[in-house]
Every structure is written in C-alpha cells, then in structure tokens.
Ligand binder design. Structure first.
Ligand code: DC
Length: 211
C-alpha cells in the first residue's frame, strides 16, 4: 500500500479520533485530524478578540495566518472552542482555507505510506477520490455517555444531560449548514461504533485488507 487515503467522517464524539489513531498505527498511515485546524483557527480568533459574526474581520485575520499547528492540545478541547469551531466552520472561505492546509499536508508528506484523515467533509468534499471512505455512526446517547465518562475519568466535573444537549446542538449545526454539511459521503461504508471498539475495528480492518 502506498499513498492511499482513508477518510473518516462522522458526528461529534463518534470516536473518529480513537479509530483514526488505531488505523494510523496498525496500517502505518499518517493521521490528520481536520477538526484540529478548525479548533486552532477558533483559538486564534478568540485570543485576538475577533468578532466571529464579522466576516471581514475573520478574512483579515486569516490573511495573517500562513500555517497552523496540527498538534492536539488541551487548550483546543474546551467546550468554548468546540462551539466556536463549529460556528466558523459554516463560512465557505474558512473551509477553503482549511482544505488548502490539508492538501499542503498531504503534498508535504507524499513519501509516506498514506493517510488517514478524519472530519466532517473529508470523503464528501476534501478527498472525494479517497481509496476508502468510512462514516462512523453512533447514537447520540452513547456518544454523550462516552464523553461523560472521559471527562469524569480525567477528573473534570460534568453533567450527562448537558453533554447530550451540546452534542445534539453541534450535530444540528454540522448537518444543516449550507457549505459542506456532514453527510454520508458517496461510496462510504457505514461503520457501526455503538458496540465495543474491537467490533468496530474488525469491520474496518476487513475493508482495509481489500483496498
Ligand atoms: O472533530 P472536531 O469536534 O474536533 O471538530 C470541531 C468542529 O470543526 C466541528 O464541530 C465542525 C468543524 N469541522 C468541520 O466542519 N469539518 C471538518 N472536516 C472537521 C471539523
């Protein structure tokens, strides 16, 4: 396998990150989490007090940014950044900006085995010609329960009902926006991640084996 692209799309907290990391390790593919880019941009806008309702202000700010770190960090995992990222993701010019960074990343790492890229529009818009497209499906209640447990385990305070509400709201925003809404990409395999992680990766490995 060389230079293959596997896309993973799905709603918030559906396990895309864990699944992508697993695939990346098992199949020696470079992982790119496109959500990080939206979150990094949201953090810059927040820090620089840019009014996200003012399109011209955001455009001006983006002109000042030539690159964005793809590193995960606790600072970009807060609820405030999640909501902000979802809000700026509705703007097509923001999406074009993010997509360019993704193409650059793939171009710069061409000598790699290939890539596993996750997000909301990767198989439907960004890498339409991917070798394998996956769409992760999990009920909102199960997603909320898993996120709740994650937060409690890491010592943070959390309320299940609040998490469920936030997840449902973010789903709504991601699915109804005009540009690149979250959809099941054409040709994608639907992966049921309601059960155990083992069950999930079994479905996926079977598909990767036959690429
Ligand atoms: O996957 P995530 O929760 O880190 O993504 C944060 C937000 O970024 C998400 O609510 C919507 C947006 N996003 C997007 O619109 N398209 C992507 N490919 C990835 C993320």
């Amino acid at each position: 396998m060389r230079n293959i692209i596997i896309t993973i799309d799905g709603p918030a907290a559906s396990g895309k990150e864990k699944i992508s990391k697993y695939i990346s390790k098992k199949w020696k593919l470079k992982h790119l989490d496109s959500g990080i880019i939206y979150r990094r941009l949201a953090l810059v806008l927040l820090k620089d007090k840019v009014n996200i309702k003012n399109v011209n202000q955001i455009k001006k700010k983006l002109k000042e940014i030539s690159n964005v770190s793809f590193q995960k960090s606790r600072r970009i995992r807060t609820q405030e950044i999640s909501n902000l990222a979802s809000k700026i993701a509705v703007y097509n010019f923001v999406r074009i900006f993010v997509n360019k960074l993704q193409y650059k990343f793939v171009e710069n790492n061409k000598n790699n085995q290939g890539f596993v890229i996750d997000g909301r529009d990767i198989g439907s818009v960004v890498f339409k010609k991917a070798n394998l497209k996956l769409y992760i499906e999990v009920k909102p209640e199960i997603r909320a329960k898993r996120r709740y447990k994650q937060l409690i385990d890491s010592g943070e305070k959390s309320i299940y009902r609040k998490i469920l509400k936030e997840i449902t709201l973010r789903d709504q925003k991601d699915k109804v926006r005009k540009h690149s809404p979250l959809i099941i990409p054409k040709g994608a395999y639907i992966i049921d991640n309601n059960g155990t992680f083992n069950k999930t990766v079994k479905q996926i490995n079977k598909l990767i084996e036959i690429i």
